[in-house]
Design a protein around this ligand. Sequence first.
Ligand code: GLN
Length: 536
Amino acid sequence: MQAGSVKYIFVTGGVMSGLGKGVVSSSIAKLLQLSNQKVSCVKIDPYLNYDAGTMNPIAHGEVFVTEDGGECDMDIGNYERFLNQNILKSHNITTAQIYSSVIEAERKGEYLGACVQIIPHVTDAIKERIRNIAKKEDLDVLVVECGGTVGDIESLPFLEALRQMRSEDGPENVVFVHVTLAPSLDVVGEQKTKPTQHSVQELRRIGIQPDLLAVRCTHQLEMAAKKKISLFSNVSVKDVFSCHDAESILTVPQMLYDQGIIDIIFKKFGKVGLVNTSANWDKWNSIVNSFAVINQTVKIAMVGKYVKLADSYVSVNQALKHAGAKIGKNIMIDWIDSEELNGNIDKLSSYQGILVPGGFGDRGSEGIIKTANYAREKNIPYLGICFGFQLAAVAFGRYVCGLSNANSTEISPNTENPVIDLLPEQKTIENKGGSLRLGSNEIKVEDNTLAFKLYKSNTILKRHRHRYEFNQKYLDAFTNKGMIFSGYSDNKKRMEILEIPTHRFYLGVQFHPEFNSRPGFPEASFEAFVNAAAHA
Ligand code: GLN
């Protein structure tokens, strides 16, 4: 690449949401990384929420937590997993963040004399935010995915800013990729190009001519469809890419590579030929292949509240798969609504492992408490994450320590035995947004414990997202009955890991290990849990 000049790839979406813009963006970024480029990704979310923190995971998918405590769109998690690299919260840009910065600047008098407008003030703020990321992180290429669908009112200022960047930085530094759909009305049916034609027209109407098209389709995009799309969209045939259904999203980089996307991008950026990437490719391919050669299946019950949308727990699902691939096992996950478990708890006996992921609020909590107790009594491997840690403690309090009506004050504010209670610093907080204990914190791990066996270290860094914690008033009662707290933080102020040494595998973690798991590099607690389940 030219010294000193950052290259940008802007990914837009057409036709409808859910086409896999995130996977296309991550895959392109991965290919660039495999080509020895210093690359990262940004996600623009044009909605008015400041961040994803207060959004319902059933409607919007998981809230992904970054090392620096951002509550981000789940695409950030995709980028981290594809690139095997941490992404900072500044990489998730929302309308609220941009507008607040503009309004704040206006109040400070930074635009004195000017009438503050979307163009240029808002668009300038967007461009500055994007350019700062690239500059600060000294990137060769920054892939920026613009959420939403072209034609949405909310995304207009962002698309306008991206359009301006292309004319300011020049076509040799900016490539636009538009992700669209070519539906087939039945299995053998012809691939329809009209939705793509229209969405490209929409994009051109606002001044953006895409350089590349990534067309989602069930089967490989036929030449006839490619030609038609090319003709109507003013994109040459070789720049129209088929993104057909794949067994695994991890194979999408290869799919795009095989169609020549990397050469084409490098050429557009004024660079012919590629650096030798074979060593990088071999490593990546061996990871991708590890997901394909799996035979035996391990059945895991995932018991929680947000089970209706698989995306609600995408990082947990992925972390289980990473762990399975590492030990050559296929993981079958059944999502079980904890509300449906009352009176039906024996259903869990057919699973080799039980996982309770994070969660909030009262609904379904009794089912989770019973689940945690069932796993303990039946010696079924149990991994409790955050809420799953807390409710495992509640179950132990109730059924082992005999603490009547033990509960979390999140569920029962006046419980006589608040074994889980608000973090002291949370007691005065009123705003819900961005006010949990967030991001990476240091945890001390005790020697001679399961946790130490997994992490092989006395100090670990893990991401958090919670308001409640174990109430240390009950510490002796619990340890006397055989539960140990093998990890803690802030000089033992907070308990972070619980385990029952007499159990086959019973681990609760107050943090979110799933956010650190990557293909080829499963997080240690997931790997150990899946291993225990596979041998259960
Ligand atoms: N609701 C719990 C808390 O706020 C657990 C949060 C979570 O599982 N992420 O502490």
